[in-house]
Design a protein around this ligand. Structure first.
Ligand SMILES: [Zn+2]
Length: 172
């Protein structure tokens, strides 16, 4: 700690633990410097507590993020219940029916849905976005959707539905 002679203003550096009187080497003034401030110790304690708290919040945030990335923990789940070929051979169409279920305890806004068409090798060959009929889904509720894909590309072997990733839209 730094102390200053209150007569001649000469500065000295003392170990933090020192206490008692000191004599100035320049002017021989004797005085009692203030003891190491206890508050600075408290500040260090608070600072380390804050650091610990920040680390805790960070860990929680990481857990929440990884949960959101886990498909099994997503609040909204879309599933196809029926795929039917409609239209004629000239203009083939695929009718896709399914449901979106809200598995959470919160109300969620429904994002756009995406129908993905896959070929025999499992590669996606077309994606079509459409809006579901409902905009909000209550906790535990399901809503049905139905969409007809008109410009069907050849070679479709599998149809899947995805939710557009806009979970921040969720109205809590
Ligand atoms: Zn002095």
């Amino acid at each position: 700690m730094k102390i200053k002679c209150d007569v001649c203003k000469t500065e000295y550096t003392l170990p933090d633990v020192s206490s008692g009187q000191v004599r100035c080497a320049v002017c021989s003034n004797v005085w009692t410097p203030p003891r190491t401030n206890r508050r600075s110790g408290l500040m260090v304690f608070i600072a380390s507590l804050c650091a610990l708290l920040a680390a805790t919040i960070f860990a929680v945030a990481v857990i929440i993020t990884s949960r959101r990335n886990d498909p099994n923990k997503r609040p909204l789940v879309a599933a196809i219940t029926d795929v039917t070929m409609v239209g004629d051979t000239e203009t083939p169409q695929i009718s896709v029916k399914g449901t979106v279920t809200n598995r959470s305890d919160d109300i969620y806004g429904l994002p756009d849905l995406i129908i993905v068409l896959y070929d025999a090798s499992g590669a996606p060959i077309a994606r079509q976005k459409f809006m579901p009929s409902a905009t909000l889904l209550d906790a535990g509720q399901s809503v049905e959707f139905s969409h007809v894909i008109s410009n069907v590309v050849p070679g479709v072997k599998r149809v899947a539905v995805e939710l557009l990733e806009t979970e921040s839209k969720g109205a809590k």
